[in-house]
Design a protein around this ligand. Structure first.
Ligand SMILES: [Zn+2]
Length: 163
């Protein structure tokens, strides 16, 4: 139920994102759904993200509601943890997110910081990406621990490390 509300609350932004997805598909781009988020890449998105995002060199990926558009599939993989934090931000702020984001950039610049990197939403996304990386490392370690319990990795052990 809460998930449904989160999707509805972010829906006006998602609708904008889906227009980009349609453009991408019409221009030969690809699309897929990864953990409840529509991801699109390629086609005209490469040019759009390079030229129309007001950052030096453009952006590799941009989140609009429950849609993430990226230049390429590797860009989607590389930016997923960061962009998922933005998805959660859209779920929190709903239709007000883009305005709130613009205000946060203005506040960052007024304080003498960078409009992008010091924007509080970006700071949260960059911090979230790092937390995600730590969780991933923990998950890999835990998976190994489980594997060891099951003796699945015993064949890869060298004789010296076997007990
Ligand atoms: Zn970001």
């Amino acid at each position: 139920m809460l998930r449904l509300l989160a999707y509805l609350w972010a829906a006006p932004n998602t609708a904008i994102g889906l227009v980009l997805v349609l453009l991408a598909v019409a221009g030969g781009g690809r699309t897929r759904i990864v953990s409840g988020v529509v991801e699109a890449y390629g086609g005209p998105l490469d040019w759009l993200l390079r030229r129309l995002v007001p950052l030096p060199g453009g952006a590799a990926a941009v989140t609009i509601g429950h849609v993430v558009v990226a230049r390429s599939a590797p860009d989607l993989d590389r930016t997923r943890a960061h962009e998922r934090v933005h998805v959660r931000q859209y779920e929190r702020w709903g239709p007000a997110f883009l305005v709130a984001y613009a205000i946060a950039s203005g506040v960052a610049a007024a304080r003498g910081g960078a409009a992008y990197r010091d924007n509080c939403f970006e700071r949260e996304a960059y911090a979230g990406r790092e937390a995600h990386a730590v969780r991933e490392a923990d998950a890999v370690r835990d998976a190994y621990a489980v594997d060891e319990q099951n003796d699945h990795v015993i064949a890869t052990r060298t004789p010296e490390t076997q007990e």
